[in-house]
Design a protein around this ligand. Structure first.
Ligand SMILES: Cc1cc2nc3c(=O)[nH]c(=O)nc-3n(C[C@H](O)[C@H](O)[C@H](O)COP(=O)(O)O)c2cc1C
Length: 455
């Protein structure tokens, strides 16, 4: 909630190089070399701030995770490391929260605490960390650990990792640094605390060699959907990303996670749940549909086919005509799931060709795609926001920067007219702007954990 008693949405933008759509890099308004062009991200950032967005989010992985031979070379895979890019972007923005993804499986807590604290200082209190555990063997193979550890172990490590990072952020009391040339005292030694952590995965003495961040703790963002993932989100997540396709599902996820957070002793308002939304906005529905059809026409058949084969459990469809029907599948490999059965059923029922089906599969990727006017899109967003499905949205523009500019120019004013979104930024840090409390340092209470002499 931000500014006064009225509840307002939080909006983030999910910045995926050239856009969410698989073929965005081929869009006539997109610079195909944008993934490594700083000016591109600066333009996206400016548009997001013009739209008064809360968050600018960069996802990340520690490998080229897609190993499909058919798709290889058919989309951008070379891009910036998020913390580095956000450090540069912090100089080109003033209000928006800067969220970088970093893995708890292939990092050490000391590095992560230090880097996010640095970004928080550079940006004047606008850093956030999307906590992920990484899930692919492709990533594990870059760190000498093959295969990837089991999810349960990764989440156990993640919980301890986050605890250590939070402890390190508290190394310095907020007022420890006095920097007083007259007395010759730079900082109060009793305001500096060693963590002395010893756990299952980490042994970290501390303290951190950077002062307490402007936000106390940079914002903690999380997107787990398994039982272990949701447990971590409920215990530490302040912003939650999630993929929900219906209001009913969104409500059930929202209710469950807020209840879990409460059970963990947190206020439900201290956690903002932002489902993803891929909007295609037009001044008319026809115009929106045209924009969407144009994007779809750019999907290379090899890419579409590989996507469909993946969704069908790894079958090989290369011998079949694209404009012919889906063949009978021999239970789609040895891993039949309800999704495979559903796709086969839909193809038969609606008389879809292989091409029709891959076009359907390629767009969704778990998040709702909404094609329509500003009113259509604001209707859906307002309903989810007011009926217990969302505290806001993680907007995934189909192509960048154009898809975001459409949203900012058309949908944002509509949300403002309805009184569900801010008309100006209020506050300096991301926590201030989002109405999330700044955590007190853990040593702020009377107990003093002094450093040993000589430190
Ligand atoms: C909007 C969104 C963004 C995500 N970004 C990343 C990311 O950048 N890197 C990553 O490895 N996983 C990312 N994930 C995956 C989640 O961290 C998580 O692993 C996934 O939702 C599955 O949940 P689970 O880990 O509990 O099984 C993202 C998920 C969502 C919904």
């Amino acid at each position: 909630m931000s500014g006064g008693a009225r509840r307002e949405m939080n909006l983030g933008v999910f910045v995926e190089t050239t856009g969410r759509h698989l073929a965005s890099w081929r869009h006539q308004q997109v610079n195909p070399l944008a993934p490594l062009d700083f000016g591109h991200y600066r333009r996206v950032m400016e548009i997001a701030e013009r739209g008064l967005f809360d968050l600018f989010f960069l996802a990340d992985g520690l490998a080229i995770r897609d190993r499909s031979a058919e798709r290889l070379g058919r989309g951008p895979k070379a891009h910036f490391e998020p913390l580095t890019l956000l450090s540069a972007l912090s100089m080109a923005s003033r209000h928006i929260g800067l969220i970088a993804t970093a893995s708890t499986t292939f990092n050490q807590p000391f590095h992560i605490a230090r880097k996010f604290a640095s970004l928080d200082f550079l940006s004047g209190g606008r850093a956030g960390w999307n906590i992920v555990t990484s899930s692919s063997d492709a990533e594990a193979e870059n760190f000498g650990a093959d295969p990837i550890p089991a999810a349960r172990e990764r989440y156990r490590r993640a919980a301890e990792f986050v605890e250590v990072v939070r402890g390190l952020w508290d190394s310095w009391d907020d007022d420890a640094i006095v920097a007083d040339p007259a007395s010759g005292v730079y900082f109060r030694p009793d305001g500096l605390h060693a963590l002395n952590h010893r756990g299952e995965f980490f042994a970290v003495r501390g303290p951190l060699n950077i002062a307490r961040p402007p936000q106390g703790h940079p914002l903690l963002v999380q997107a787990g959907s398994s039982v272990a993932g949701m447990a971590l989100g409920a215990s530490v997540g302040e912003v939650i990303y999630t993929a929900q396709t219906t209001l009913a599902d969104a409500r059930s996820f929202y209710r469950q996670l807020k209840e879990q957070a409460q059970a963990a002793g947190r206020s439900p308002d201290a956690m903002r749940i932002l489902p993803g939304l891929f909007p295609v906005v037009g001044r008319t529905r026809d115009e929106a549909r045209e924009k969407f059809d144009y994007l779809q026409s750019l999907i290379h058949p090899d890419v579409g086919l590989a996507q469909l084969e993946h969704h069908l459990g790894g079958v090989d469809l290369s011998g079949y005509p694209l404009d012919g029907p889906l063949p009978e599948l021999p239970q789609a490999g040895d891993n039949p799931t309800s999704r495979i059965a559903l796709l086969q059923h839909v193809a038969r029922r609606d008389n879809l060709t292989i091409r029709d089906l891959y076009l359907q599969v390629a767009i969704a990727r778990g998040h709702p795609v909404l094609i329509g006017t500003a009113t259509d899109i604001a209707d859906m967003m307002t309903a989810w926001f007011q009926e217990g499905g969302a505290d806001g949205f993680n907007i995934m523009p189909g192509w960048l920067p154009g898809g975001l500019a459409d949203f900012v120019d058309l949908v944002v004013p509509e949300l403002q007219r309805r009184g569900v979104f801010r008309r100006r930024y209020q506050g300096a840090t991301t926590r201030d702007i989002m109405g999330l409390a700044r955590p007190a340092g853990r040593y702020a209470a009377p107990v003093n954990h002094r450093l040993t002499a000589g430190e």
